[in-house]
Design a protein around this ligand. Structure first.
Ligand SMILES: [Zn+2]
Length: 276
């Protein structure tokens, strides 16, 4: 493996309308809506072809069961790969940050891939708490989730998947959420799934004296905050599923890419989990 060869391609599978106060930011402005993209990522390390999440379904299904969706010319992930000359059957591994609907569609198109998630997430996805019937497309809605019938390999804790690509647990948004770390020539890229929605979530809310302005969509806010501190500690750059700024570049890393400072202190705010 050579880190120099690793290239990351963001794939925008469509736009979703999200509420600023109930989704994007804790104590965000209630009722205010924004449109944000839903990305998944194709990674080519030179030795392995990897998907991190697989993105949205079609506009009709997304809007009917979930949030208002507009494709705006975006294609689903297998088509995106075909358009760049990669057959979905060539993908070696699909790593899922979690199994919410907007991260798993079309996974069966990657027919030769190892599918990887945590056991905790798999268990919840197949028997969701009623609050999350929609998130996991429970059969009670009269639809079939994309992961039904797929064989997964389970990871628990920190684990290397292939050389230069590893996962670490980041529960909070969902019970078995994990982040993916990809080593690149510019440093460690961390794929945060929905641990944060927007890079702004990593910045402080000074008015409230919070080191991070965390999202409002959590199953567990203590785990969620801890996961954000872990991301902060581990990332040289962050690739977020729902952050529009990722779309400014077709490939990562790129020449002159800004590298973030890990665990930067901000006057008037504090970390909570000082030991990590
Ligand atoms: Zn999502």
């Amino acid at each position: 493996m050579s880190v120099e060869n690793t290239r990351i391609y963001p794939i925008n599978t469509g736009w979703l309308e999200a509420d600023v106060g109930t989704y994007l930011f804790w104590k965000g402005k209630a009722g205010e809506k924004i449109w944000h993209p839903t990305l998944c990522f194709y990674i080519d390390t030179g030795d392995y072809k990897i998907m991190i999440d697989t993105g949205l379904p079609d506009e009709e299904r997304a809007t009917r069961y979930h949030h208002k969706c507009e494709k705006r010319g975006c294609v689903e992930s297998p088509t995106f790969l075909k358009n760049m000359g990669v057959d979905p059957g060539e993908i070696d591994v699909c790593i899922f940050t979690h199994l919410h609907w907007d991260h798993v569609h079309n996974m069966k198109a990657f027919s030769n891939a190892r599918y990887i998630c945590t056991r905790t997430e798999f268990t919840m996805a197949h028997n969701p708490l009623p609050l999350y019937y929609r998130s996991y497309e429970s059969p009670i809605l009269g639809i079939e989730a994309p992961f039904i019938g797929c064989h997964f390999e389970f990871v628990e804790g920190e684990q290397t998947i292939v050389p230069g690509v590893s996962v670490f647990p980041s529960p909070g948004h969902s019970v078995g959420h994990q982040c993916v770390v990809v080593e690149t020539i510019a440093g460690d890229a961390v794929f945060v799934g929905d641990a944060i929605f927007n890079l702004r979530n990593m910045e402080p809310n000074l008015e409230e004296k919070w080191r991070y302005w965390v999202p409002a969509r959590f199953v567990n806010s203590v785990d969620g905050w801890k996961s954000i501190e872990e991301i902060d500690k581990r990332s040289d750059y962050i690739l977020a599923t729902h952050d529009e700024t990722v779309l400014e570049h077709e490939v990562f890393p790129f020449e002159g890419m800004p590298i973030r400072q890990r665990r930067q202190t901000v006057a008037g705010t504090s970390f909570y989990f000082s030991g990590i």
